[in-house]
Design a protein around this ligand. Structure first.
Ligand code: UD1
Ligand code: CA
Length: 466
């Protein structure tokens, strides 16, 4: 674009039909606030600034949104109190808009507009014209209607409540999105009044001012309703969530990812996949997840903030959440079914973590295995260690966390308690059922449990006679 773009995001409305304490534009879609999608889209257009108009729940909204990462786009907030209509909303933003730019008006509750669509709208505006995004709707009830003249040119937008019978029959509607040269917008905003059925200042009245000023009004008419669909209720939110997930699934499949069923995938963040990744049904990905070449994810896994290296297999019903520390899974590792990897779990190549094993803040070197029913917390585990069923690190003394070091090739039997801080020397063996409170020497068999005794001819108690 040869002109700067300043985006105005309308987000002052109440969203009564959400029936929620949370301001509408903070409800999440694909793991991101509705208005955040709009801000990020604006940043993708290399907008100079994004001005979010807040009103209902303004403080919460302002705290809940972020300036787009790695973009030059400046994020600003303007308050609109009380809310006297969409025209009144944009009037509040006017002081922070510069006359050399084009103002692109978006809504904080319309998250799925494609950047290409907005580019096309800006191209129609070309820094000179008022350009409207419009859509044909089989049922246009409630929307502003696009009134065209005999020559097909746009003459006005008439709101549902102000429309005549004939105008209500028009199926071309205004999407709520327009691009307008800011110097023209400023003049038109000053001319708005609220002489209409709703006693509101309608932004849509700028169309009739443009026409009165002898300027042509452009319309970019699209067919894809999802792009202009707003969220007013939990039902609409869920519908758009599905539409969003379908888009993500299609994008992944275009890249070559094999999804068992694109309708049963939820990406609530960023999912980056190498070649030949396969994902079974009902998996949820959150935050930033990276899957290397040939990774396979079984059904019903929840994976957040993790990097999974090439060839690793995550079996069904595994829960991985790296939160802020992250989780990493090495090449060819096998995890699950029913495993849990928590923040700071770092698994080397070919590590095996089996059913009902929990790993937190622990490093497992290549080839280490904990195949059944175990807990490894705050542990450093060497290569090829075998950690037996039912064994745990007792890392917490009630006040502080301590580390357990298990050197290479140690074999920990079943049902052991390793009371940290403790170090098990390389190549050692820990007898099943041991409670280890002192470090053990390399190569030794260490056993710490009651000695087995047998009492001959043992008489079991018998029932008393009544
Ligand atoms: C508006 C348009 C209508 C269009 C429809 C598309 C006007 C007068 N009408 O309808 O032609 O078909 O959008 O959805 O513009 N908002 C504020 N402050 C206000 C009023 C609204 O910030 O004072 C925000 C709302 O939070 C919402 C957006 O503006 O994000 C649109 O408001 P809404 O009431 O949904 O649209 P309508 O006025 O019904
Ligand atoms: Ca309204």
């Amino acid at each position: 674009m040869s002109f700067p773009v300043d985006v105005v995001v309308m987000a002052a409305g109440k969203g009564t039909r959400m029936k929620s304490q949370r301001p509408k534009v903070l409800h999440r879609l694909g793991g991101r606030a509705l208005a955040q999608h709009v801000i990020d889209t604006a940043a993708g257009l290399s907008a100079r600034s994004v001005v979010v108009i807040t009103g209902h729940g303004a403080e919460q909204v302002e705290a809940g949104l972020q300036a787009p990462a790695a973009a030059a786009t400046q994020l600003k907030y303007v308050r609109q109190e009380p809310q006297l209509g969409t025209g009144h909303a944009v009037q509040q933003a006017a002081p922070v808009l510069a006359d050399d730019g084009v103002t692109l008006v978006l809504s904080g509750d319309v998250p799925l507009t494609r950047p290409e669509t907005l580019q096309a709208l800006l191209a129609l505006c070309a820094g000179e014209h008022l350009a409207l995004l419009t859509l044909d709707m089989p049922d246009p009830t409630g929307y502003g209607r696009i009134v065209r003249g005999a020559d097909g040119s746009v003459q006005a937008i008439v709101e549902q409540k102000d429309a005549s019978e004939a105008q209500r029959a028009i199926t071309e509607i205004y999407s709520g999105i327009m691009a307008v040269p800011t110097r023209l917008l400023r003049g038109w905003l000053a001319r708005l009044d609220n002489q209409n059925a709703q006693r509101e200042y309608y932004l849509t009245d700028v169309v009739k001012f443009a026409v009165a000023d002898g300027l042509s009004v452009q319309a970019h008419r699209i067919a894809d309703a999802v792009q202009v669909a707003g969220v007013n209720s939990p039902l609409q939110l869920a519908e758009l969530e599905r539409a969003y997930q379908k888009r993500v699934a299609e994008m992944l499949m275009v890249q070559g990812v094999r999804l068992a069923d694109p309708a049963r995938l939820d990406v609530r963040g960023e999912l980056l996949c190498g070649q030949d990744v396969e994902i079974d049904v009902n998996c949820v990905f959150e935050g930033r997840v990276v899957l290397g070449v040939g990774v396979r994810i079984g059904a019903n896994c929840v994976i957040a903030n993790a990097v999974i290296d090439a060839g690793a297999v995550i079996h069904p019903f595994t829960h991985i959440d790296g939160e802020k520390l992250g989780v990493s899974v090495g090449r060819g590792a096998l995890v699950g079914p029913f495993a849990r990897l928590r923040p700071g779990a770092v698994l080397g190549d070919e590590v095996h973590i089996g059913n009902f094993v929990e790993v937190k803040n622990s490093t497992l070197a290549a080839g280490a295995k904990a195949n059944h029913l175990a807990y490894l917390g705050d542990a450093t585990v060497g290569e090829r260690v075998n950690f037996g069923a039912g064994s745990i690190t007792a890392n917490y003394d009630g006040a502080n966390k301590h580390r357990t070091v298990i050197e290479a090739d140690v074999h920990v039997g079943s049902n052991c308690v390793l009371v940290a801080p403790v170090t098990l020397g390389a190549g050692g063996t820990i007898g099943g059922g041991s409670t280890i409170t002192k470090s053990t020497p390399p190569g030794a068999l260490s056993v710490a449990r009651g000695k087995q005794i047998s009492v001959a001819d043992w008489q079991r108690p018998v029932k008393h006679k009544r």
